[in-house]
Design a protein around this ligand. Structure first.
Ligand code: SF4
Length: 74
């Protein structure tokens, strides 16, 4: 389920604060902008549902978004 990508146990407080400062949300409110098409998104590794972000540690929803979104040119 989607809650799988909300488990921040094991992530240190500094990294959790980063996602808050950057305005990360688990569900983008922009139809054409989400982590899944952001150049800073890290695709899930095999067997893992959650991706990541180069800006902070911890799981990231493909449907998420933050203030640092930038288009993936690939
Ligand atoms: Fe998602 Fe991109 Fe923000 Fe990272 S930088 S949280 S991948 S929108």
């Amino acid at each position: 389920g989607r809650e799988d990508c909300e488990d921040l146990s094991g992530i240190n407080q500094e990294e959790i604060q980063k996602r808050e400062v950057y305005g990360y949300v688990k569900e983008s409110s922009y139809p054409n902008m989400s982590c899944s098409n952001c150049s800073l998104y890290l695709e899930p590794e095999s067997g893992n549902k959650c991706g990541g972000c180069v800006l902070f540690d911890g799981p990231v929803f493909a449907e998420g978004y933050c203030d640092y979104w930038e288009p993936n040119e690939s």
